[in-house]
Design a binder for this molecule. Structure first.
Ligand SMILES: [Zn+2]
Length: 355
C-alpha cells in the first residue's frame, strides 16, 4: 500500500463542507486505476472502474473531518469559531491550530494556511464542559484588520498536527476518521482493478458525513449500486476508557471489523467472512442495535434501498487530534475489500439459510 498517499490525505485540511483539498488528492490518485472520474454538486469525488459493467459496487468513505469554522474576528485580532461535527472543544485549549483561508486570486480559488493556537486561560482549563463558543484562536494578529487580511469568516480551522509513526506499525494523526477509510477504498479499488476485476467499482470519497450526510445521500441516489461497502472507523475497546461490553471487543491490530446491525446486509457480511477465512484475515465484530452512525445509514435509504456492508477500522481516541490506527488493519481492510470486488460478478446471494 502507498503510505505516501495516506500521509497526504491526513495532512490535507478537509473540515466538513470544505473537503476540496482532499478530493483533489483522491482524484489525482484515482487516475492510476479509474476508467472514468467525476465530481458532483455536493462535493463528492468519484473514480470509477468498469463504468459500463452490469453490476456496480459503491465504495464509500468520508473525506470530511471534524473541526471548526471561523465565525467572527474580534477587535484584538482573536478568532471565534463554531464547531463542524462532533468535536470535543476542551481538547483544543492549548492546542496548535491552523486556519485555511479560502480566497480568489487572479480568478483562481486558492487556499492559504495560517498558523495559530487555541488560547489557554485558567478559567478554560478549570471548565469541565468547554464549548466551541468558549474558544479563541490566536494567529498572532495585532488587531482585527491584520487578522482580516489573512482570514475570513467561514474559513476552516482544525488542530495543526503531523502524522507520526508509533510502535507496532501504529500511526497517530488527527482525522484518521475517516481519511484512513478514504485511503482503504482507493487502495482496494486499485488492487482489484490491477487483478482484473470485471464488476463496476465506484469509489466515492464522500463529502459531509460529520455534519449533514449530504455526500452519501447523493452518491447512492446517483449511482444506484447493486450494493455498497462503507469504510469508516470504529471505537477500539483495548485502551483506557474502552468497554468491550458496549459495542463489542475491538482491538487495534485485530483486523477489519464487521457490524451486526439491522442496517447491514447479512449476505454481504457472510461473503466478507468467507473471504476472510479463506485469506487468513482475522475479523472482529461490533454491534449497532440501531443506527451505525456512518454513511451506511444514509446510503441504505437511497433509491429502492441499497444493501450495505460496513467494514470498520479500529481506532483509539476517536474525534481527537491524537487518533491512533494500525497500518496492519488498513492493509487487511484493503485485501478484504479487493477480494470482495473480485468475486462480485455473481452478486452476493449465497445459498446458506438465514441465520
Ligand atoms: Zn467517520
Amino acid at each position: 500500500m502507498d503510505q505516501a498517499l495516506l500521509i497526504r490525505l491526513l495532512e490535507a485540511v478537509t473540515v466538513s463542507g470544505n473537503e476540496e483539498a482532499g478530493q483533489e488528492i483522491a482524484l489525482e490518485y484515482g487516475k492510476c486505476f479509474a476508467h472514468a472520474q467525476r465530481t458532483d454538486a455536493v462535493g463528492n469525488a468519484f473514480s470509477v472502474v468498469n463504468p459500463d459493467a452490469a453490476r456496480r459496487v459503491l465504495l464509500c468513505a468520508h473525506m470530511d473531518e471534524i473541526g471548526f469554522r471561523v465565525t467572527h474576528i474580534c477587535e484584538d485580532g482573536m478568532l471565534r469559531v463554531q464547531k463542524a461535527g462532533g468535536v470535543r472543544a476542551g481538547l483544543y485549549v492549548g492546542s496548535p491550530m491552523q486556519v485555511v483561508h479560502e480566497c480568489v486570486e487572479d480568478g483562481r480559488a486558492v487556499r492559504r494556511r495560517v498558523c495559530g493556537v487555541g488560547v489557554v486561560t485558567d478559567e478554560l482549563l478549570k471548565k469541565g464542559d468547554v464549548a466551541d463558543g468558549d474558544l479563541f484562536i490566536d494567529i498572532g494578529a495585532a488587531n482585527r484588520a491584520e487578522a482580516a487580511a489573512v482570514v475570513s469568516v467561514g474559513d476552516s480551522a482544525c488542530a495543526d498536527t503531523r502524522v507520526r509513526e508509533l510502535l507496532n506499525r501504529r500511526v497517530t494523526a488527527r482525522a484518521l476518521d475517516d481519511k484512513a477509510g478514504a485511503f482503504v477504498i482507493l487502495e482496494a479499488a486499485r488492487l482489484a482493478a490491477g487483478r482484473g476485476a470485471s464488476c463496476g467499482i465506484v469509489v466515492n470519497t464522500c463529502a459531509g458525513e460529520e455534519t449533514t450526510g449530504r455526500g452519501a445521500y447523493f452518491a447512492g441516489a446517483q449511482t444506484r449500486p447493486d450494493c455498497a461497502v462503507v469504510v469508516d472507523v470504529t471505537w477500539a475497546s483495548d485502551c483506557p476508557g474502552g468497554d468491550p461490553g458496549s459495542n463489542g471487543e475491538v482491538r487495534l491490530g485485530g483486523g477489519p471489523v464487521l457490524c451486526h446491525s439491522g442496517m447491514v446486509d447479512k449476505r454481504m457480511n457472510r461473503r466478507l467472512a468467507q473471504i476472510a477465512a479463506e485469506k487468513g484475515i482475522s475479523l472482529q465484530y461490533e454491534v449497532a442495535a440501531g443506527r451505525t452512525y456512518t454513511d451506511g445509514d444514509t446510503l441504505l435509504k437511497t433509491g429502492p434501498g441499497v444493501p450495505v456492508a460496513l467494514v470498520s477500522i479500529p481506532l483509539r481516541y476517536m474525534h481527537s487530534s491524537v487518533e491512533i490506527a494500525s497500518l496492519d488493519d488498513l492493509q487487511a481492510c484493503i485485501e478484504l475489500i479487493a477480494e470482495f470486488l473480485l468475486r462480485m460478478d455473481g452478486g452476493f446471494d449465497d445459498p446458506a439459510p438465514m441465520p
